[in-house]
Design a protein around this ligand. Structure first.
Ligand code: AMP
Length: 279
C-alpha cells in the first residue's frame, strides 16, 4: 500500500489508472470493522482500491467535536495494509482548504430533516469534501455505510444533479453483538454509557417490528419507541423519526418504504442509528 499525503500526488496517480476500475472509500479514520466492510467490498469489486482518511473540518459545527475527533493514522495504515488497499490518501487540511478557498455547494430538500435540521451546514461540508475527493481520486465506484443513511442519499443526489460519473454503493450497518452500531465516536463512551448505548438500536428495532406487524400510525409508534429511550435519564433524544426512504420527509401514515432514524446524546456523545423497512 502506498500512503499519499499530497493532493497533487493523488491527482498524478488518478490521471492514468490504465483503464482499471477504482473503488473508493472516503473515511475520517479511527477505522473499525464498519469501515473495513466497505473496504472489503471495494476490494472485491475493483482492480484498484483507494481509501481516504481525512477529518473534514467543513462538516463540523463550531461547537462540535472536530478537535477531539479520534486520530490514529498509524493504526489505520496497518488496518488498510491488512485489507490489501492500494492507496491510502491522507491529505493535510491546508492542502484541501487553502487560505483563499471560497466555494460552497448545497443540496436542498433531503437535508431539511433528521441530521440536516440539527446540524446546520453539516451536509454542505460533506458534499464539498466528497466532491473534492471524487475530483482528486476519480473513482469508478464509491462505498458508503447505511449508518449515515441521510448522507448517502444527499451524496447520491449530488452525483445525479451534477452528472458525476461515479457508481454509489450503500453497505449495511455493522454492529456490535449487542446491536450498537460501530462508530468512531463509541470510544468516547464511559463504561456506564456503553452499557446503556444498545437501547438506541432496541428502540429503533421496536418501531421496525411494529411496522412489520402492519401498524401504520407513525406518530404512535414513534411515541412508544421514544418511551423506551426514556428509561435512562442521561439519554437526551435529539430526534426519533419515521421518514420516507426516498424524500426523507417524516410520514404520518406508513404506506411505503421508510427509514426509522434516531439521534441521541448519551452524556456528551452523539450517537445515530437507523433501519430501513420495506412495507
Ligand atoms: P466516517 O469515518 O464516520 O466518516 O465513516 C466513513 C464511512 O464509513 C461512511 O460511509 C459511514 O457510513 C461508514 N460507516 C461508519 N460506521 C459504519 C458501520 N457501523 N457500518 C457500516 N458502515 C459504517
Amino acid at each position: 500500500m502506498k500512503t499519499i499525503n499530497h493532493v497533487s500526488e493523488m491527482i498524478e496517480i488518478s490521471k492514468d489508472y490504465g483503464g482499471k476500475s477504482v473503488g473508493f472509500v472516503p473515511t475520517m479514520g479511527a477505522l473499525h470493522a464498519g469501515h473495513l466492510s466497505l473496504v472489503k467490498e471495494a476490494r472485491k469489486q475493483n482492480d484498484i482500491v483507494v481509501v481516504s482518511v481525512f477529518v473534514n473540518p467543513a462538516q463540523f459545527g463550531p461547537r462540535e467535536d472536530f478537535s477531539a475527533y479520534p486520530r490514529m493514522i498509524d493504526k489505520d495504515q496497518k488496518l488498510l495494509e491488512g485489507e490489501n488497499v492500494d492507496y491510502m490518501f491522507s491529505p493535510e487540511t491546508s492542502e484541501m482548504y487553502p487560505k483563499d478557498f471560497s466555494t460552497s455547494i448545497h443540496v436542498g430538500n433531503l437535508t431539511d430533516y433528521l441530521c440536516g435540521y440539527y446540524r446546520p451546514g453539516h451536509f454542505d461540508g460533506v458534499v464539498l469534501v466528497v466532491n473534492k475527493l471524487f475530483n482528486i481520486v476519480k473513482p469508478t465506484r464509491a462505498y458508503f455505510g447505511q449508518k449515515d443513511a441521510q448522507q448517502f442519499r444527499v451524496l447520491k443526489s449530488m452525483v445525479c444533479d451534477l452528472n458525476m460519473n461515479v457508481e454509489m454503493i450503500e453497505m449495511p450497518i455493522v454492529r456490535e453483538a449487542d446491536g450498537l452500531a460501530l462508530s468512531s465516536r463509541n470510544m468516547y463512551l464511559s463504561p456506564e454509557e456503553r452499557k446503556e448505548a444498545p437501547i438506541l438500536h432496541l428502540a429503533i428495532k421496536y418501531a421496525v417490528d411494529q411496522i412489520k406487524l402492519g401498524r401504520k400510525d407513525a406518530y404512535k409508534i414513534k411515541r412508544e419507541a421514544m418511551n423506551k429511550l426514556g428509561i435512562y435519564p442521561d439519554i437526551k433524544i435529539q430526534y426519533f423519526e419515521i421518514v420516507d426512504e426516498k424524500t426523507l420527509v417524516p410520514v404520518s401514515k406508513i404506506t411505503s418504504k421508510v427509514i426509522v432514524a434516531a439521534a441521541i446524546f448519551l452524556g456528551k456523545t452523539r450517537l445515530i442509528d437507523n433501519e430501513i423497512v420495506n412495507v
